[in-house]
Design a protein around this ligand. Structure first.
Ligand code: CLR
Length: 264
C-alpha cells in the first residue's frame, strides 16, 4: 500500500494507555483534533468567504458541460483524490489513529474518507445560490452535468445544504469529522476493541465541546447526518461500478492510484 507508512506502536505516545478521560486529556484530545483539522482543511473559511462572488460564467459552465463523460469523471476523480489526501493527513493526526494496525487504518479510510470529504464540502458551500467551491470558483450542479449522475450530485448538494443549516463551528466540524472516520462498526476491522476505545474518546470529546457550547441537542442531529452519509457513499460506489463497466480503460489507467486503492 502506498497509502501510508507503518508507525511502530509506542505505548508512551498512546493517549489511551496511561490515563483515560481526565478532563485535561479530553481538552488535549479536542485541541489536537481541531489543530489537525485546521492544518489539513485545504481552504480556510474566511478565505472562502472572500471568494463567494467568484462564480463560473456561462462559457466556463459550457466548457464543463461539453466534456465527455469519461473526461469529466477523470477530472472529478482527480479533484476528489486531492481532497481525500488531506483527509488521510487529518486522520493520521487524530490521537490514537496511528496506533491502529495499518490494515485497520486503511479499512477506516476506505469507508470513511469519502464521508469526511462530504462533511468538509459543507464548509465550501454557499447556501444562497447552491454552489460549491470547485476548481477555483463556485459551481452549481449544472457544472457536473456531464458526469451523468445527476441523482448523486443533487443528493450531495442537498446534504451540504442540510449540514450548513446546522451552523457548526470549525471545532464542531473537526470533532464530527473524526467521529465519522473512527467507527468501530466498519467492516473488516482486525482489532475492533482498539478502534472502539478511540471512538469512545472522540465521542466523549464531541459531547464535551457540544456541552461547552451549550448545544447538546446537536448530537442527535449529527447522528442523523451520519445515516445520510452512508447512503451517499453507497450511491457513489454504485456510480463508480457503473462507470468502470462502461469505461474500463479510463477507470483502470487514468484514475489516480489512491482513488482506485480506496474505492475500487
Ligand atoms: C470537497 C471539499 C474539498 C474540495 C473538494 C474537491 C472536489 C469536490 C469535493 C470538494 C466535493 C464533492 C465533489 C468533488 C468533485 C466531484 C464531487 C463536488 C468540494 C462530486 C460529488 C462528484 C462525484 C463523482 C465522482 C465519483 C467522480 O476541500
Amino acid at each position: 500500500h502506498d497509502l501510508m507508512a507503518i508507525h511502530p506502536y509506542n505505548p508512551l505516545e498512546d493517549p489511551y494507555s496511561l490515563y483515560s478521560h481526565s478532563l485535561r486529556n479530553i481538552d488535549e484530545l479536542c485541541a489536537s483534533i481541531v489543530r489537525s483539522h485546521r492544518e489539513t482543511s485545504q481552504y480556510r473559511v474566511e478565505e472562502l468567504h472572500a471568494l463567494r462572488w467568484k462564480l463560473f460564467n456561462r462559457e466556463e459552465i459550457q466548457a464543463y458541460q461539453s466534456k465527455s463523460v469519461d473526461e469529466m469523471w477523470q477530472h472529478c476523480a482527480i479533484r476528489l483524490t486531492e481532497a481525500v489526501q488531506y483527509v488521510v493527513e487529518f486522520a493520521k493526526h487524530i490521537p490514537g489513529f496511528r496506533m491502529l494496525s495499518q490494515n485497520d487504518q486503511i479499512a477506516l479510510l476506505k469507508t470513511g474518507s469519502m464521508e469526511v470529504v462530504l462533511v468538509r464540502m459543507s464548509r465550501l458551500f454557499n447556501t444562497e445560490n447552491n454552489t460549491v467551491f470547485f476548481d477555483g470558483k463556485f459551481a452549481g450542479t449544472e457544472v457536473f452535468k456531464s458526469l451523468a449522475c445527476g441523482d448523486l450530485i443533487t443528493a450531495v448538494f442537498d446534504f451540504a445544504h442540510g449540514m450548513c443549516a446546522l451552523k457548526l463551528t470549525e471545532q464542531q466540524i473537526a470533532l464530527f469529522s473524526a467521529l465519522v472516520l473512527i467507527n468501530a462498526d466498519r467492516p473488516c476491522l482486525e482489532d475492533k476493541g482498539r478502534v472502539q476505545r478511540v471512538q469512545r474518546s472522540v465521542e466523549f470529546g464531541l459531547t464535551h465541546i457540544l456541552h461547552r457550547d451549550n448545544q447538546e441537542s446537536l448530537m442527535h442531529k449529527l447522528y442523523q447526518r451520519v445515516a445520510v452519509l452512508r447512503s451517499l457513499c453507497s450511491l457513489h460506489m454504485e456510480k463508480l461500478r457503473w462507470f468502470s463497466q462502461r469505461y474500463p480503460l479510463t477507470a483502470h489507467s487514468l484514475f489516480p492510484p489512491l482513488y482506485k486503492e480506496l474505492f475500487a
